[in-house]
Design a binder for this molecule. Structure first.
Ligand SMILES: Nc1nc2c(ncn2[C@@H]2O[C@H](COP(=O)(O)OP(=O)(O)OP(=O)(O)O)[C@@H](O)[C@H]2O)c(=O)[nH]1
Ligand SMILES: [Mg+2]
Length: 402
């Protein structure tokens, strides 16, 4: 089945392999002639026969070729499953939709892989980049680099490969969200901050310190990029916490090593020392995303309560309206209560996670490797080992599609 499972207006079942059109004719009564006798590209309306005389389903069959058809039926589960069942009864084998996309008779190109990846794209920016790879950007660039190698232009090969490998940092994250941990002392306003960024009440907020006990993940899209915010249990000396809260603090500390960025939240009256173990945050301001240790953005929350406490931030960062740079001591001042600074924080998160968006916009506007195998292919070309030929799959016999 080529369409997502679930309720929908339409479902599409694909059938590929020798005799696909004839197999369809065995269970389908078309208006205007058998599918096997129609030209390629024919659209055939008719009735897919059910088990009884009165049963069946009105469908549209697209004959792509004698060995490749699509059956377009009603959405939901029952109609496509009945159609798939009748084809399997006649000998069709089920294959995954990914295998179907690869069954056109050619090898695995970057465009083929992008067609699969785009189904899992996180946000419009990722979809746009993968759309360009579907249109052939990466295949063309790999071909061009192989040509440069053949012409002996090693310097141009190195430059082109470097560009691709730089772009792959973002490319490898197009189908998995960037992860951002929100950490800090109990009651600092972490959950409120997550809710303000998400625009809905995802995490429980309360005045009781130690409310959040477990990791709470929330996926949002910031400036077109998919980001997973991970709310954590507030940090306080573990001897002050017991049971589930203590376990939660352990998870809050551990997750910081696994994320791309840390938001270190403090509230008025909470110094770093009061944070209990803020040094255990693990991150370091100034580190680049992806360099091993996650970088940190300091967030001074509850700005509405800190009327006379903005001075240190101003002194450290100067203009409070300016977007802060990761790597400086500048903190972002926010208030979940009034919305102050939330947009600025969102911009700072994107700038830290994907600095390429502004620093090197051209890097992502053309060929971008987006799977580890594609990155390896670039590395092979860069090392002078050429491009491995596309994998070829054995052509299956008759194949129904699931
Ligand atoms: N005035 C004001 N109060 C806030 C703000 N953000 C949070 N609070 C309040 O501070 C208290 C704690 O907020 P939470 O968001 O639950 O804090 P937390 O850091 O997640 O707390 P724990 O999960 O217990 O570690 C709640 O009473 C919130 O209503 C803010 O920007 N301004
Ligand atoms: Mg909380």
């Amino acid at each position: 089945m080529l369409t997502p499972v679930g309720r929908g207006a339409l479902a599409v079942v694909g059938l590929a392999g020798p005799g696909a059109a004839s197999m369809v004719d065995a269970v389908f009564d078309p208006v205007g002639g058998r599918v096997a006798e129609r030209p390629d590209g024919a659209i055939c309306f008719g009735r897919w026969r059910g088990p009884g005389a009165e049963t069946g389903e009105d469908v549209v069959v697209a004959r792509l070729a004698a060995n490749r058809c699509e059956v377009h039926c009603h959405g939901g589960r029952a109609a496509p499953q009945a159609i798939i069942g009748s084809l399997v009864d006649r000998g069709a084998a089920l294959v995954s939709w990914e295998a179907w996309l690869h069954s056109g008779g050619h090898g695995v190109t970057a465009a083929d892989l992008a067609r699969i990846a785009i189904c899992r794209a996180g946000g419009p920016r990722a979809a746009r980049i993968l759309g360009r790879q579907i249109a052939g950007a990466l295949d063309r660039e790999l071909g061009r680099i192989v040509g440069l190698r053949a012409a002996g232009d090693d310097r141009a090969v190195a430059a082109a490969c470097d560009r691709l490998l730089q772009a792959s940092r973002v490319g490898l994250r197009l189908t998995t969200p960037w992860r951002v941990a929100v950490v800090g002392p109990v009651n600092a306003g972490k959950s409120s901050l997550v809710n303000a960024l998400a625009g809905h009440a995802r995490s429980i907020v309360s005045a009781v310190p130690g409310t959040t006990r477990d990791l709470v993940a929330t996926r949002i899209v910031l400036d077109g990029w998919e980001v997973e915010l991970v709310d954590t249990a507030g940090l306080r000396p573990v001897e002050a916490a017991a049971g589930a809260e203590r376990a939660g603090i352990g998870r809050a500390l551990a997750v910081q090593a696994e994320v791309d960025l840390i938001l270190r939240v403090t509230a008025p009256g909470k110094t770093d020392a009061a944070a209990g173990d803020s040094s255990a945050c693990g991150g370091s301001a100034g580190a680049a995303v992806g360099a091993g240790v996650p970088p940190v953005i300091d967030v001074l929350a509850k700005a509405d309560l800190r009327a006379d406490r903005c001075a240190p931030a101003t002194a450290a960062g100067g203009d409070l309206t300016a977007a802060p740079a990761v790597g400086t001591q500048t903190a972002v001042v926010t208030s979940a209560a009034t919305g102050q600074g939330i947009d600025r924080l969102a911009a700072a998160i994107v700038a830290a996670l994907v600095p390429e968006t502004t620093a090197a916009p051209d890097l992502l506007s053309d060929a971008v490797p987006f799977t580890p195998a594609l990155v390896r292919r670039v590395e092979q070309v860069s090392a002078g080992r050429g491009v491995s030929p596309p994998e070829r799959r054995p052509s299956s016999a008759r194949g129904g599609e699931s």
